[in-house]
Design a protein around this ligand. Structure first.
Ligand code: PBG
Length: 324
């Protein structure tokens, strides 16, 4: 039945009606807030290209997490900047490394908050690559052992979920085997299953001091042009034991989120990355875009595309907005 009997504007007339027929509802329950933990005490240093995001020492991260929990955000994901970097990323799997100390402190102070740890070597290697480098190449299989050691040490420290973001082949299986062999059969794996070689990670590399010293990440991260390949990546990670899969970045890859949602039945995450955040912040500062409205619109779009879980630097601001 068409116009004039059908008038779609009828249910758009007032906010009460619009809210009543809304198809996608953002909820604080889906948010994960990323944190960058640095050595020292009392450190709270803003990241130049990410206004409102800070490098935090462990004590400051604890304060931040109390605030995050008070806003009902269920989870944080931790990135670490170590005291020193070397060829073998020793700081990544040091029992007393920056992440291990942060996880212990956070689980002690705010036990109800889920702690997810990013598992990758790029913040810990002197060359800034996500794996072992031999003859100028990032070598896959020898890297798996280091990733498994890293995930295991995060789990020993108390992490609820480990999140491999390195994009080596076979890392989910290697991590699952290592965790199970040490009795950690209940620790979940959130895999960055479809992670693209994206220019939108620029600000993160400033925050995490993890830019590669030579070359780039295109030998392991995905080609932005591919979506069928993303489904193969997800299928392999599911087979290897991933509990949650993620697509990253989010807004430029909504079609990938949708495709993964339609093909798989496990929870799907999406990472609204540093560059997505920086774009909106910059345009907001220039007065070119309304920051609050574009923040809520992009998060809603990511959810509408099919994400159950959204990692976002806007988590606190969006939680406050949703609460009022
Ligand atoms: C580590 C990692 C990166 C991000 C998350 N984990 C950087 C990269 O792959 O270069 C990016 C997150 C963001 O941009 O917000 N490998």
């Amino acid at each position: 039945m068409g116009f004039p009997t059908t008038r779609l504007r009828r249910t758009r007339r007032t906010e009460a009606l619009r809210r009543f027929v809304r198809e996608t509802r953002l909820s604080v329950e889906s948010f994960v807030y990323p944190l960058f933990v640095v050595p020292g005490e009392g450190v709270r240093q803003e990241v130049g290209s990410m206004p409102g995001v800070f490098n935090l020492s462990v004590d400051e991260a604890v304060k931040e997490c109390r605030e995050v929990a008070a806003l009902n955000i269920p989870a944080v994901i931790l990135f670490g900047i170590p005291e020193s970097k070397d060829e073998l990323a020793r700081g990544a799997y040091d029992e007393n490394g920056i992440i291990q100390r942060a996880v212990r402190a956070l689980k002690d102070a705010v036990p109800e908050l889920l702690v997810i740890t990013d598992v990758c070597l790029c913040e810990y290697t002197s060359h800034g690559h996500c794996g072992k480098v031999e003859g100028g190449q990032i070598v896959n299989d020898p890297t798996l052992e280091l990733l498994a050691k890293t995930a295991l040490s995060h789990t020993r420290a108390g992490a609820d979920i480990v999140a491999p973001s390195d994009m080596m082949d076979g890392r989910v299986a290697a991590i699952r085997q290592a965790l199970d062999a040490h009795g950690f059969t209940n620790t979940s794996i959130l895999s960055y299953a479809a992670k693209y070689a994206s220019a939108f990670y620029g600000p993160f590399r400033e925050a995490a001091q993890s830019a590669p010293q030579f070359g780039d990440r295109r030998s392991h991260q995905m080609d932005p042009a591919n979506v069928r390949e993303a489904l193969r990546e997800v299928a392999l990670d599911v087979e290897e034991g991933a509990d949650i899969v993620m697509v990253k970045p989010a807004l430029p890859y909504l079609d990938v989120i949708r495709a993964v949602r339609e093909e798989f039945n496990l929870p799907v995450g999406a990472y609204q990355v540093s560059g997505e955040y920086a774009c909106l912040q910059a345009a907001g500062r220039l007065g070119w875009l309304d920051l609050e409205r574009t923040m809520m619109e992009t998060l809603t779009a990511i959810k509408r595309a099919g994400a159950d879980i959204i990692l976002t630097y806007f988590a606190k601001a969006a939680a406050r907005k949703l609460a009022c």
